[in-house]
Design a protein around this ligand. Structure first.
Ligand SMILES: [Cu+2]
Length: 166
C-alpha cells in the first residue's frame, strides 16, 4: 500500500494529515469538521488518534517513497499543483480525489493552487520538502498527533471553565 497523505484545501491555504505509527489514516466525516478537528476525524476511530496533523502550508515527504495524495476541500474548487513534479489535480468539496507519485530528489519544491478560487487565490503558496530517511524521521518526531491536539484543546477548555467560575 502506498503511504497516503490527506491534503485539505481551504480559502486560502493548505493543511496536511499523515498516518501515525499505525501507518493508517483514521476515517473521517464531513459533519465532524470544525476548528478543533479540521479534517473531520471520527473520534471513535482508533486509527485516527495517532494521525499526524500538519497545520502548515509546507509538507515534508520522504525521498524515494511512493506517496498517494488524497485531496479534499472544505469550501470551493482548488487544485494542488507541484510544477516540478508535473502533478496536479482538483480538490473538490464533498469528494476525495487522488493521485500518486514518487519523489526521487531531495530539495524544496513549490506548491501552487491551480484553480482560481477567489480573491486570496494568489496566497495559496505552499511547499514540499523532500528529505532523506533520517531527516524525515527527525522532522516527523517533532509533529503533533490528533490526540495531542485534542488534549491541548481539552486543557484549554478546562482552564476557561476554571476562570469562569472565579
Ligand atoms: Cu485555491
Amino acid at each position: 500500500m502506498h503511504f497516503q497523505i490527506d491534503v485539505m484545501a481551504w480559502q486560502w491555504g493548505w493543511q496536511y494529515r499523515l498516518p501515525g505509527e499505525d501507518g493508517k489514516l483514521g476515517t473521517t466525516q464531513i459533519t465532524n469538521i470544525n476548528d478543533n478537528n479540521p479534517f473531520g476525524i471520527n473520534l471513535d476511530d482508533p486509527y485516527g488518534k495517532d494521525d499526524v496533523m500538519i497545520q502548515s502550508d509546507v509538507i515534508n515527504l520522504e525521498n524515494n517513497q511512493p506517496v498517494k495524495i488524497l485531496l479534499r476541500s472544505v469550501d470551493v474548487l482548488h487544485n494542488w499543483y507541484v510544477p516540478q513534479f508535473r502533478a496536479k489535480m482538483d480538490a473538490v468539496p464533498g469528494i476525495v480525489t487522488y493521485y500518486w507519485f514518487e519523489p526521487n530528489k531531495t530539495g524544496k519544491y513549490e506548491v501552487l493552487c491551480a484553480e482560481y478560487c477567489g480573491v486570496g487565490h494568489y496566497g495559496m503558496r505552499g511547499g514540499v520538502i523532500v528529505q532523506d530517511n533520517q531527516d524525515y524521521e527527525n522532522w516527523m518526531q517533532k509533529q503533533e498527533t490528533f490526540s495531542d491536539l485534542v488534549a491541548k484543546q481539552e486543557a484549554l477548555e478546562a482552564e476557561k471553565t476554571k476562570l469562569a467560575k472565579r
